[in-house]
Design a protein around this ligand. Structure first.
Ligand SMILES: C[S@@+](CC[C@H](N)C(=O)[O-])C[C@H]1O[C@@H](n2cnc3c(N)ncnc32)[C@H](O)[C@@H]1O
Length: 191
């Protein structure tokens, strides 16, 4: 079997039971950045909600290895996460939100990020098991959504690590050190 194919299979064997979702993102580079982080943390899937066709070029080939599902609206999204057994975590600036530093996440989390303008619809925030807000100390009221998603994903992994529940905390594929280690597939892994 080709080395590239073996690396893909090895990557998929190491997928973690977590998902990332985005509500009606309008900017292509934000979709790409989110997919790239989802790929880095070995998320099982990325769910894009909305009718748009996205160009995920900014994902730098991560879109080739990470499952990306697209659903048209809130109802389809609800059905999708129920069928997959995901527990919704809304990442949002919201009165119901808990501070990131105090957040305790459910099992099988699906981290939902909101649109650049308007954020996550209130109905979906209400559906969430937990709403997480990243504290800020600046004058600009919000973070870029892909940055916010990345911070929360790594906070989740850090909390798993502290409980001794994070597989492969050093990173890499599960056969790290073997002939599958190394950047291999990514033509631009330094970007
Ligand atoms: C640019 S913000 C949306 C800003 C604003 N709520 C609005 O309605 O235009 C886009 C998304 O990034 C995420 N986000 C940004 N800053 C955040 C923070 N400090 N805590 C949690 N989520 C944040 C949320 O998912 C939010 O919906």
């Amino acid at each position: 079997m080709e080395r590239r194919q073996r690396r893909r299979e090895e990557y998929r064997r190491g997928l973690r039971p977590l998902a990332v979702a985005a509500w009606n993102i309008t900017k292509e580079h934000n979709v790409g950045s989110l997919v790239r982080t989802a790929h880095a943390v070995a998320a099982e899937e990325v769910v894009l909600v909305g009718e748009r066709d996205w160009n995920v070029e900014a994902a730098r080939t991560a879109e080739l290895f990470t499952t990306i599902s697209q659903v048209p609206d809130q109802e389809a999204f609800r059905r999708h996460i129920a069928a997959a057994g995901w527990n919704l975590v809304a990442v949002e600036l919201h009165e119901r939100a808990v501070n990131l530093f105090e957040a305790e996440y459910p099992e099988r989390p699906c981290f939902l990020l909101g649109a650049e303008l308007g954020g996550i619809p209130e109905d979906l925030v209400e559906d969430a098991k937990i709403v997480v807000q990243i504290p800020q100390w600046g004058l600009v009221p919000s973070l870029n959504l892909a940055v916010a998603g990345s911070i929360v994903l790594y906070d989740y992994l850090a909390k798993l690590f502290k409980r001794g529940a994070l597989a492969r905390p050093e990173g890499g594929l599960s056969s790290i050190g073997g002939d599958l280690a190394g950047p291999g597939d990514d033509p631009d892994h330094t970007a």
